[in-house]
Design a protein around this ligand. Structure first.
Ligand SMILES: [Zn+2]
Length: 171
């Protein structure tokens, strides 16, 4: 199969791309050439079909308006800023929760000293911290104002590594 090229093919292609080919005037010299030249006629037919396909795709494309794009970008930046601000708050809430849990544990241990014994078997760290808390608690019986401070301090010492791990790993 022999393929031939015509010197006017770039002109035909340019006319189709620029959109003036289908609406060319009847006396147009290029159109007269395409009626005689099979290469240019085939090129024009294919190029017109592809251009019509492109125009149809352009009409059906749903491009959001600039206002919608701006609104979405604003909402996203606000959400990211809120998340960045809320991260330390979440950390503080976690610490407060740990302190409250430690306070409850200290109060329970103060009310029922036999309960504190199994906690000491969890590990050397808990045992050491439990002894410190118990020592402070025994003194706190005399000074009730020391009770909450000692409980909070002991609970924070014991549980803060776990809370920090869970809060910071929540990315
Ligand atoms: Zn030609």
């Amino acid at each position: 199969m022999k393929t031939t090229e015509c010197d006017r093919e770039p002109d035909v292609l340019e006319a189709v791309i620029s959109g003036c080919w289908p609406s060319a005037k009847p006396g147009d010299e290029l159109r007269a050439h395409a009626s005689r030249c099979p290469e240019c006629a085939h090129l024009a037919a294919v190029a017109v079909a592809l251009r019509a396909e492109r125009d149809e795709a352009m009409r059906e494309a749903r491009v959001p308006t600039s206002g919608q794009v701006w609104w979405k970008a604003t909402m996203r930046s606000r959400a990211e800023a809120a998340a960045a601000v809320a991260r330390p708050i979440t950390l503080l809430q976690g610490l407060a929760g740990v302190c409250a849990a430690g306070m409850c544990a200290a109060l329970i241990a103060l009310a029922w000293p036999s309960i504190a014994l199994p906690f000491a078997a969890i590990g050397p760290l808990l045992a050491r911290e439990g002894q410190r808390i118990s020592a402070v608690l025994s003194a706190a019986v005399i000074q009730p104002a020391m009770l909450s401070f000692a409980a909070v301090l002991g609970a924070a010492l014991i549980l803060s590594p776990f809370v920090l791990y869970f809060v910071l790993s929540d990315e």
